[in-house]
Design a protein around this ligand. Sequence first.
Ligand SMILES: Nc1nc2c(c(=O)[nH]1)N[C@H]1C(S)=C(S)[C@@H](COP(=O)(O)OP(=O)(O)OC[C@H]3O[C@@H](n4cnc5c(=O)[nH]c(N)nc54)[C@H](O)[C@@H]3O)O[C@H]1N2
Ligand SMILES: Nc1nc2c(c(=O)[nH]1)N[C@H]1C(S)=C(S)[C@@H](COP(=O)(O)OP(=O)(O)OC[C@H]3O[C@@H](n4cnc5c(=O)[nH]c(N)nc54)[C@H](O)[C@@H]3O)O[C@H]1N2
Ligand code: SF4
Ligand SMILES: [Mo]
Length: 755
Amino acid sequence: MSLAKENDLTKPVDAEVKRPVRLPQLLQARTGKMTRQLLLEPGRHGLGMTHASMKADQTTTATCGYCATGCGLRLHVRDGQAVGLTPETQYPVNLGMACPKGWEALEVLDADDRATSPLLRAGKGQPQERVDWDTALKTFVSRFKAIQEQHGDHSVAFLSTGQIPCEEMAYLGALAKFGMGMLHGDGNTRQCMATAVTAYKESFGFDAPPYTYDDFEQSDCLVFVGSNPCIGHPIMWERVLRNQNDPEIIVLDPRRTETAMAATQHLQLQPKSDLEVLYAITQVIIENGWIDRDFIEAHTNGFEALAKHVQPYTPEQVAQRSGLSVHTLRRAAESIAHAKAASLWWTMGVNQSYQGTRTAQAIINLALITGNIGRPGTGANSITGQCNAMGSRLWSNTTNLLGHHRFESAEDRNRVASILGIDSQRIPDQPSWSYDRIIEGIKNDEIKGLWVIATNPAHSWIDQDQCRELLDQLDFLVVQDMYHSTETAVQADLVLPAAGWGEKEGTFINSERRYGLLKKVRKAPGEALADFQIFRAVAQYWGVPEMFEKWDAPEAVFQTMQELSAGRPNDLTGIDGYRQLDQCGGIQWPWSRDDAKRHRTPEQQRRLFADGKFLHQDGKARLIVERPSPMPEAPCEDYPFLLLSGRGTVSQWHTQTRTGKSLVLGKLYPQNPYVEIHPHDAKQIGIANGDGVTVISRRGKVDVLAMVTPTVQSGQVFMPMHYEVTNRLTLSHFDPHSRQPSFKDCAVAIVPRVS
Ligand SMILES: Nc1nc2c(c(=O)[nH]1)N[C@H]1C(S)=C(S)[C@@H](COP(=O)(O)OP(=O)(O)OC[C@H]3O[C@@H](n4cnc5c(=O)[nH]c(N)nc54)[C@H](O)[C@@H]3O)O[C@H]1N2
Ligand SMILES: Nc1nc2c(c(=O)[nH]1)N[C@H]1C(S)=C(S)[C@@H](COP(=O)(O)OP(=O)(O)OC[C@H]3O[C@@H](n4cnc5c(=O)[nH]c(N)nc54)[C@H](O)[C@@H]3O)O[C@H]1N2
Ligand code: SF4
Ligand SMILES: [Mo]
């Protein structure tokens, strides 16, 4: 049976979507109970596929809310509540597969520490106490307005996320910046995707990951740089396993990861030597004439400079610093150059680096000079992290004006203002400070109020102790989260309880640019509200409801997003609403009105740049190079090990606020924080597997267990980021172009624990 047919549980939506917010009704909403009733009317969310409307036993498909693979999950609903799920067999992404996090997605919604009512701290040092929504919202608004009056409009800021739907991101960004007068707002995607964004923008002229998942199956040489999909993107890895070409799989990772073990060539390089290694590979390819001259001439700029730049990076020169043999480097170059279709993939081993942008561009350069772009099985492909990190790149209104417009351009501001029906003067003429600058702003007393939505910086931000101290220095910290127990929520002056995945609707964009739909199949606990409804309520209490009059349901925002995208590289005007997204198993951008006219249904596996036209004014891609920089905190006598960090297991998600609540997942990873250390180093320090050790950096000191394993190289250690201790050690340093934190390199010492 087709997906469309099976899913056809929906009722017509237009009447609901278009219904405007009636002001008198919303004015009445100023009591706690009424706010909830009026702002969270079930059935007002586009599809009507809510717990209220799904009475009988039914199933429906929604996109997973963890990683950016964006698998389709089939939810089994009884009496309006999802009671179980199975991977969707018809969904073009996962083809019936899911990882343990997806399988357990419903379980974590029932946790005891769900935030079920707003919590307010009467004053610094006082405990958080339950309050009703009316008090919460009045306090939020009056405190933020008071701060703005005293310290200026820009003294309040927000930190958002890659884990709420596009429609919520757009609402938040528009409300904060156009409604509440904020200039500064960034998100956790700075920790994650900023480097890829910057690299693509500079190289291609637009933040445009070019691939489709079918490329995993079509390639005959796949190169993974700083990427461990077996753990981070297991269903993408399943797609690699379906590849029938007996492909060469080349993995560049300082650790012998699960992915590296499955590779045909593991380049176990020294951390941060990627840039030189990629230049050496480029040098070999150019020297041997294994380049696609026609493509280079027709579609790129900067080849001469690139060729000159890489000349000194011979395999002989690079071998020693990278720890790789000349033969290994030459062989990798040959495999890439001789492949019919080579694809190059990268993730956090590249993005989270003090020279991440140039490293990503060295990957892009390789794809371009070998003509490996725009064809099946090719591409310079950044793998995205969070379920909607891609959405935040387009719709969060942080670094870019809504829909990848530019704050700096008067033309763009006018266009956005006219589509939104607001005065263009309300749109700031400059982008936000980056995340690290906002944190520094707290330190410098420039930022006094902060609104944190769906991210947990007190655990995940680099050099955490400093971050926590600074959060405490704020005059008013608001945290909007599903759980009241997160490291950041416990520091908050005000906690706003949010509905999570499964409890609301909207769209996520996955790693291959596919808009997928999420559904409301559960009632949020207690008084928790969908973020969408919280933003609507804040708009009311702030006194700017008329600005968002049209935006009374997620699908209404989606329609505005479509208008904003018209004629742009991310055009989605051809999508026939949520209903079509549901019927098709998601739709990749771009999908314009013209596309829709030409094809009856959207083609499912579309890649960009098939015509060789890039998005700079001259239609060409740029080959960009720079000299490598030294590691700011290399190991030394006192701190002899280099600390790497990243994902630990398939079953742990980030700061563990969600995955930590599933008993099943809990059985699949070590409960205690640990450090992976090479047997040789363990012996030298005098420790055995399972012993307690203290890991010390210049920032902090933490007690963990030793996991002795040869998967790390001697002189390097690895700690998963899921345990909050890890970021007490990390060094606050950044890529200068993308301002992404370099989470994966700092010097530490390790000593046996005495107790
Ligand atoms: N199970 C699970 N899956 C997830 C997540 C999760 O928390 N848990 N998070 C999601 C998110 S938001 C993201 S961003 C992705 C991250 O996905 P990945 O980037 O694949 O995961 P990481 O483990 O952070 O980093 C990848 C690898 O980079 C390597 N590395 C470190 N330094 C270097 C270096 O200098 N050079 C090279 N070449 N490699 C280096 C590390 O050894 C590590 O194996 O995963 C997503 N998927
Ligand atoms: N040392 C080190 N640090 C790292 C990394 C690393 O590799 N090494 N990786 C970095 C990367 S790539 C990332 S992406 C970050 C992730 O860092 P965070 O964003 O801090 O991690 P999460 O645990 O995903 O936090 C998301 C929060 O949102 C809440 N939440 C979930 N869904 C919703 C919702 O619908 N609404 C609301 N309001 N709340 C919700 C969750 O309960 C949780 O508290 O960590 C970064 N930190
Ligand atoms: S691979 Fe990612 S999207 Fe798929 S089920 Fe697992 S967490 Fe969800
Ligand atoms: Mo991430």
